[in-house]
Write a protein that binds this ligand. Structure first.
Ligand SMILES: [Zn+2]
Length: 249
């Protein structure tokens, strides 16, 4: 396959190369949530040349989004986020396809949409919605890359259904239950985590590197540290338990 010059700096990367770029061109990534995480994730996936990017969100832009949702402008207030991101990223990279789904996870069509993609990014902002997405991904055996932020802190992991811990295994009542409106978030924190979610998706699609399966990466923006916390599958997990035959130790 011949690639346009815009990917020349990736194709020459040792260990990625033409094969990696081909995998991205044929890859399909769904971003669920176009807030502080989904904005940078979408930008970097589009820039890297992921062939098909799906955007799912039922929200419109509010001025309070602008400290971290860097694709939006003040005059976008009350306009659909998926429509704006689709329009802007299509112009930024006309070589890829960007699909917009202006809806939440409660719609009947959600499983059919999820099935169209190789990997799903959890860029949501509340725990009930995340757990719902986790359940969809488990039942469809869809890999899910989870990112979460609050205040100065962020976290990230890659979930391979029944091949490692799911979101429910390690996050009952965690800080992810916090919502940005109440607790707040420093703009660069979701920038860091959203870009790392894009990196995990690129690794998954191209088969390079080691995914964050069974490992929770924890970013402390206040102290400038990144830690890795091992996480294990809970055999009694209400979401993914009862599939011991598929447990990978
Ligand atoms: Zn689980």
């Amino acid at each position: 396959m011949k690639f346009s010059y815009r990917y020349s700096r990736q194709v020459v990367v040792n260990g990625f190369g033409v094969g990696g770029q081909e995998a991205l061109a044929g890859g399909r990534v769904l971003i669920v949530g176009l807030g502080g995480l989904g904005n940078p994730a979408a930008q970097y996936l589009a820039a890297a040349g992921v062939g098909t990017i799906g955007l799912m969100d039922n929200d419109v832009v509010s001025p309070s989004n602008l400290n971290r949702q860097v694709l939006f402008r003040p005059d976008d207030t009350d306009i659909s986020k998926v429509k704006l991101v689709q329009e802007r990223l299509s112009r930024f990279n006309p070589e890829i396809e960007i699909l917009a789904f202006h809806q939440g996870l409660g719609e009947e069509s959600t499983p059919e949409i999820l099935k169209q993609f190789d990997v799903v990014l959890d860029c949501l902002d509340n725990l009930p919605a995340r757990l719902r997405l986790n359940q969809f991904c488990l039942s469809l055996r869809a890999p899910m890359i989870h990112g979460g932020v609050t205040g100065f802190y962020g976290q990230l992991t890659t979930i391979i259904p029944f091949g490692g811990p799911c979101l429910r295994c390690f996050s009952p009542g965690s800080t992810l239950a916090c919502d940005c409106a109440r607790v707040g978030v420093l703009g660069p924190v979701p920038g860091v985590i959203g870009v790392l979610q894009a990196m995990e998706a690129i690794k998954y699609l191209s088969g390079v590197g080691r995914g964050l399966v069974g490992r929770l990466l924890v970013f402390d923006g206040l102290n400038g540290t990144v830690d890795e916390v091992p996480i294990k599958r809970d055999p009694r997990c209400p979401a993914c338990g009862g599939h011991e035959d598929q447990l990978i130790n």
